[in-house]
Design a protein around this ligand. Structure first.
Ligand code: RIB
Ligand code: CA
Length: 318
């Protein structure tokens, strides 16, 4: 039986590739998509999600809109890596959505899907964690219906939105701390340290574009995002942050884990939004009262070429 999967997302160019991978993978049953503010405002991330699922032939998957801003403190910066519409200015070139956004809000859809699912659900969160925090705070009894969380976020060696904070976590540090530190669900955190290493080049993109209309359209959504990342990559490529997280949901264990207790900096200093793993030896950290029982699996490595080939072969089937 395929694994029930829900993706919480802020499309977003790399989110588009993540949704495509989820839609194209028979190992998972994509039962729902919830949208959140992030790369662009909520109305846009929601319309983008609807258009992308139509592009992938998945109008069967309900899309519900969630939080339009962080839990507590306002967003500090306009994101621009994905273009003003979230898809390199190409969002409106996609076919209009084949159906309306779901009448339920994101948390209500999550509750309904988790309750009805035939087995515990994997939730992949690839945007700010506001919706997931709201779900867990309001519906603690549903924890048992969540098999695991796979979260794209954090940066052990530093951030991208700020020197210390990765964008998804930095967008709502309080929500991230609620989910990653205060909860005890099985969690895989996929940080920048790994996702930046999974970038694909123009040869990869060219092969996807040549695979057919969906691949060509997907690649057509990337120019602004590629231009943004070219400065940090040093070459023209696509950083598939979010697809790396979905790959772990599709093929559990494809990412190599390292388990650490962690904290999320919710202060207003230079470290705000930083994910701080405690990598000291357990005997040392226990002396300082660190709760080893709450630790998450940081995805620290993978077969990079194998992952790139896996994602490409899957996307070419769309
Ligand atoms: O820092 C990368 C993350 O922030 C990705 O999820 C990307 O889509 C942006 O939301
Ligand atoms: Ca995202």
């Amino acid at each position: 039986m395929s694994t029930p999967l829900i993706v919480d997302t802020d499309p977003g160019v790399d989110d588009a590739f993540a949704l495509a991978l989820a839609a194209a993978s028979p190992e998972v049953d994509l039962i729902g998509v919830t949208t959140v503010f992030g790369n662009v405002p909520l109305a846009r991330t929601t319309d983008n999600a609807l258009r992308l699922l139509s592009l992938f032939g998945r109008d069967d998957v309900p899309v519900a809109a969630g939080a339009d801003r962080p839990l507590v403190h306002p967003l500090q910066w306009p994101a621009h890596a994905h273009g003003s519409d979230g898809l390199s200015g190409q969002a409106d070139t996609l076919p209009p959505p084949g159906r309306d956004v779901d009448g339920r809000d994101a948390v209500t859809l999550l509750v309904d899907l988790l309750t009805a699912a035939p087995a515990p659900v994997t939730i992949v969160a690839v945007g700010p964690l506001t919706n997931v925090a709201l779900l867990l705070a309001a519906h603690p009894r549903l924890r048992s219906r969540i098999a695991r969380l796979v979260v794209m976020g954090g940066g052990i060696a530093g951030g991208n939105a700020t020197p210390s904070a990765e964008f998804n976590i930095a967008s709502d540090p309080e929500a991230a701390r609620r989910v990653l530190v205060e909860e005890d669900l099985p969690t895989v955190l996929v940080p920048l340290d790994l996702t930046m290493r999974c970038a694909v080049d123009t040869t990869w993109l060219g092969e996807l574009a040549a695979s057919g209309p969906v691949g060509r359209t997907l690649v057509g959504l990337t120019p602004t995002y590629r231009a943004y990342y070219q400065r940090s990559l040093g070459f023209d490529g696509l950083v598939m942050h979010d697809a790396v997280a979905v790959a772990e949901a599709v093929r559990p264990g494809v990412l190599t884990p390292a388990r650490y207790p962690l904290d999320v900096d919710c202060t207003f200093g230079p470290g705000r939004g930083a994910v701080v793993p405690d990598r000291r030896p357990r005997s040392v950290s226990e002396e300082f009262g660190v709760d080893q029982d709450r630790a998450v699996d940081f995805a620290v490595d993978t077969d990079l070429d194998g992952l790139r080939s896996f994602v490409l072969e899957r996307l070419k089937t769309l």
